[in-house]
Design a binder for this molecule. Structure first.
Ligand SMILES: Nc1ncnc2c1ncn2[C@@H]1O[C@H](COP(=O)(O)OP(=O)(O)OP(=O)(O)O)[C@@H](O)[C@H]1O
Ligand SMILES: Nc1ncnc2c1ncn2[C@@H]1O[C@H](COP(=O)(O)OP(=O)(O)OP(=O)(O)O)[C@@H](O)[C@H]1O
Ligand SMILES: [Mg+2]
Ligand SMILES: [Mg+2]
Lengths: 220, 220
């Protein structure tokens, strides 16, 4: 589904260059469940953003369902992402003025889903992450772990082909983290591909395979 | 140093009341190192905010060095916090327009510390958390775990009497988490009291004692 070939990502910082990714190769196949591990600052988030087309590489290429992301317009990439990708950002990026259920409904609103079905789907996935009694709370009225779970629910709402989750259990207790892993495994069994960047070793062990990112490079 | 007696914290949500804390008792003594554990949404952040005077209880009392926080003005509480408390927020609350070192210097600027000493102290504590080569990066130019470490460094910069850290290792790999624990233990040995809300069982085990928060109540 997604193929990253020899990608690099540089950031210019004044006169220096920060080489966030120095050479990464990843292939995400249909039904894959890939854990991405590695030290803080090694390049995991950068890699996930490139795989989802949220960012473009400095060199190398990323192909999504055969299409070169760098050859698409911003709008075309956004439309592709909306239909095919579910992104759980490390910083959540929830809209503070919307309630939990409204945040989760957002990706569904752009698709041809009736208003009632949108609400039912959003409520169902929020209930899967244990937030049935927090649907009308806004992010400022939720705990850190509850916000994280809203971000997860939003990524799953439009039933994407691939879920890219960046540290999805960083704020969760062990029991809730296991519930999230079980949910991910269930989706994977049903055909969803997942790429999860994580420091949570139990979550990484629950994936089908694993790659490590160290100092901007992928291994193996 | 800090004593919370039978504190509760309610939030009004339309016509319902969310009882974030239903009854908590905590005593933080000089030189204490207390881990606060419990499920997501159980009330840990709420408790830490009450201990630091960032929030006030609905009922019960919180005394800081013998002074009732609810009897102080907003300015007096803020001044007390600036001198005596180091807060690591679960959501970091870094200033996005300031660099890492400027964010860490901020609490020092309000004290009688020379500009040069401020810069040296901030650089030193950032170096302690492995960010010596990221001093001039702004939060948007840092990884999640790097931002978390800037938030930790900022809490330690003014050498407070008590550090209240809310999930300080949620975004960190195991190696970096251990480095943070070692730093906390070192500060504790030197006389700083610490209260750490965490889902990280290794970090909790590295504290001197532990209380659990479940459904808004502390145990024991
Ligand atoms: N402003 C608010 N309005 C309504 N409810 C709130 C508000 N802030 C927090 N809550 C609720 O209070 C409860 C306790 O929240 P708190 O942030 O203290 O939990 P926590 O133990 O820190 O959780 P986590 O481990 O996920 O960070 C949660 O169920 C949350 O939904
Ligand atoms: N906009 C930017 N400008 C400069 N450097 C950046 C920028 N964004 C990221 N970096 C650097 O690129 C490196 C990789 O960042 P990335 O966020 O991918 O790390 P990560 O593996 O996700 O870390 P963590 O586990 O802490 O989330 C980091 O060292 C970071 O400081
Ligand atoms: Mg990251
Ligand atoms: Mg919390």
């Amino acid at each position: 589904i997604v193929v990253a070939r020899d990608v690099t990502r540089d950031y210019r910082q004044g006169r220096t260059v920060v080489r966030a990714l120095r050479g990464a190769d990843v292939t995400v196949a249909k039904g894959d469940f890939l854990a991405v591990t590695g030290p803080s600052g090694s390049g995991k988030s950068t890699l996930l953003h490139l795989l989802g087309g949220v960012d473009l590489p400095t060199s190398g290429s990323v192909h999504f369902l055969g299409r070169n992301l760098a050859a698409m317009s911003v709008e075309a990439r956004a439309a592709l992402r909306l239909r095919q990708v579910g992104l759980v950002f490390q910083r959540f990026h929830l809209l503070p003025m919307l309630t939990a259920i409204e945040n989760v409904e957002l990706p569904l609103a752009a698709m041809r889903v009736s208003r009632r079905e949108r609400r039912e789907r959003a409520a169902a996935v929020l209930e899967r992450v244990g937030l049935a009694d927090r649907l009308r709370h806004r992010p400022g009225e939720l705990s850190g772990g509850q916000c994280q779970r809203v971000a997860i629910a939003r990524a799953l709402a439009n039933d994407p082909a691939v879920v890219l989750a960046d540290e999805p259990t960083g704020e969760l207790d062990r029991t809730t983290s296991r519930r999230v892993l079980a949910l991910f495994q269930e989706l994977n069994t049903a055909g969803t591909a997942l790429v999860v960047a994580t420091h949570d070793l139990e979550l990484a062990a629950g994936a089908r395979r694993r790659i490590e990112v160290v100092d901007g490079r992928t291994r193996p």
